[in-house]
Ligand binder design. Sequence first.
Ligand SMILES: Cc1ncc(COP(=O)(O)O)c(C=O)c1O
Length: 430
Amino acid sequence: MMKRTKEQLLVDRTRYLGPNVSTFYDDPVHVVRGEGVWLWDADGRKYLDCYNNVPHVGHCNPRVVEAICRQASTLNTHTRYLHDGILDYVEKLTGTMDASLDTAILTCTGSEANDIALRMAEGTTGKRGIIATDATYHGNTALVSQLSKSNPPSVGFGLGQFFRFVEAPDSYRNPDPDGAKFAQSVAEQIEAHEKSGIGFAALLICPYFLNEGFPDTPDGWLKPTAEVVRKAGGLLICDEVQSGFGRTGTHMWAHEKMGVVPDVMTLGKPMGNGHPIGGVVTRGEILQTFRSGYRYFNTFGGNPVSCAAAMAVLEEIEDKALVRHANTVGQHARKRLEALQAKYEVIGDIRGSGLVFGAEMVLDRDSKEPASEFTDRVINAMRQRGILHSKLGRHKNTLKIRPPMPFSVENADLLFDTLDEVLAETRLAP
Ligand SMILES: Cc1ncc(COP(=O)(O)O)c(C=O)c1O
């Protein structure tokens, strides 16, 4: 295999993969190895990974690697053969949820999972009107890409009429402490779907609004919204692709934190620690309706190797008490963020729970004007100092810190000590 320089890699990416295949950072990182919360580049430089939620239980986690190797060297087929692996996994997975969520379809990606969820809503309600927030991303199929405001589709396949949007919650600029305003805006879009003749099928949201910049939504915040959705006869679909598997530190699933039980929930990213597996979990009767109305088969979804990887992730979360760990480290991170906010005017707001936390950067605390360009320079300066994280939210001015779950208090201290130095050195104006 050819060993390319960084410059050759960039040229060959465009040559072989086409244009607009994005990279992180002005100076992209060429990673060659990972372990736990650490990554190494081709020159042997070590980076603290404060960004990647996919290697949930740590890069190259030995238990997951061993499970994949063991199963790959025994058997890998698909779900048309009988196999214990998928059944053991779905039993264990649904055992972490409300008793009503007791059946699942396994997929290879979060996009596929959301695609199925939307079709479950159509099958169950006989309607097609979907509602989502106006600052989110739920995946890349022709159907779910219609919901993306961050990566908008250039063609609509004539589906645009089925999607309506509500303003994403923004606790900093538009407080809604009990979720009543959000519920009201969902009710308005339900009415619009009904009036149009399309009818209301489902609300699809990330219960912790991660792509929206994880606004501070107190526990139980989604209760009024769930009531509105149920009253209208629609389904509540919670996309836990980012927020699930204990990320928020207080609960295994973010919908529990928000005080609701979804009709359908979708999973992906951390589920197999990087091995491609996603899923849709729902009540038996919804699954039955879907299975009767849509003949669904997924060649790779639910294969024995994927299930072994996913099972090892659940075992690792349990054995290492990673949800509690996320809570402890998250509380420490919050204190460090508060101290930085007291020191730097540019930090307008801090937020997060467990191992998803960040700070919103503003040019002026009174006007709350987003410091988007400044945030970009901070992220690039952090990368140069060996700390990898990113930014998100409507204005791309919120630091996005979402490390692998074994991230420790010491790791957090290194992150914030470095951020302190970078904020001291980075000028507000370019
Ligand atoms: C909330 C959410 N849902 C779904 C997806 C799509 O998942 P995948 O890339 O595995 O298709 C993403 C990916 O970023 C996501 O953030």
